[in-house]
Design a protein around this ligand. Sequence first.
Ligand code: AQP
Length: 333
Amino acid sequence: MSKKIFSGVQPSGNLHLGNYLGAIKNFVELQNVKENQCIFCVVDLHAITVKQEPKELKKNIRETAATFIACGIDPTKSIIFNQSMVSAHSEAAWILSCVSRIGWLNRMTQFKEKAGKDKEKASIGLYSYPVLMAADILLYDATHVPVGDDQKQHLELCRDIAQKFNNDFNVQNFLKVPEPLIQKQFSRIMSLKDGMKKMSKSDASDLSRINLTDSKEEISNKVKKAKTDTLPLPENVEALVERPEAENLLGIYASLKNQNLENSINEFKKQNFSEFKKKLSDALTEKIEPISKEIKRLLNDEKYLDSILLAGSDKADKIASKKIKEMKELVGF
Ligand code: AQP
């Protein structure tokens, strides 16, 4: 069955291995199924929910587009564009925020994590972020949304918002209720410094993540310094309980090698971490180094990147402007 795929990545700098293994790798696989129609968005409106330096943001928008292409997203097969170029996203987000309930948003754990203790000082945008995400998806009648495990709750909210809009305006199936596509294994890559925390762009320590622009030397240094425990590598999956760092590193290795966790465990069982880390470093370098080189090459060609985003925005706008027009009519505008 053909799928309509929509997903987005924030241009907030430092795109990392978690973004790749949890999301972008999957984007490429979906794009390569001939029947699928894929739209991949650089979600710059989402990025400004926390303060961004304007020049840095501009650079990061191009870098995210370059990362998509360097990882294998082909602009002749998929639409690549940035969200702020298609005004329907902001308009639909407003309409849907009037349909969404405060109680629903209060349950979102990502807001609690990102706003931290001082939530009074967080932006309203950070709080209503999942409504904008729902608008992004619903404007394109997306049937499937590939995301990391951390976005599952937002997708469930998107489904609730779609159903409420359809009920409120008595239009069954007008907004299509999308399905999440979350990989069963390795859907959450954890920090190299703390196996209980997800790998994240905003972590103050660069040693916590493998950036997609890291060189071979940087990768090797980060893997050497990655946190481990004092035991040898386990003999089976059960022995990984309460060993989050070992589980994360073995999971990363398995994901890079397209194998399951059991295979990785068998390959390294009872060995010490130093041998395993060498192999992990090699596997990471093999995957990341070509991506990193290609990102850097593409970043030297701003004209090309801008032309991709412009052409993609035109295509996206054709789809989204039709949907927002229909939405406005339903609302009574
Ligand atoms: N650690 C992760 N493991 C697996 N998947 C991940 N994703 C992000 N981190 C991990 C997935 O990457 C896609 C794009 O994410 P995003 O950039 O839009 O925002 P995010 O989820 O907020 O990413 P970060 O790195 O955690 O950013 P900050 O630090 O700014 O909050 C999504 O599909 C996400 O699931």
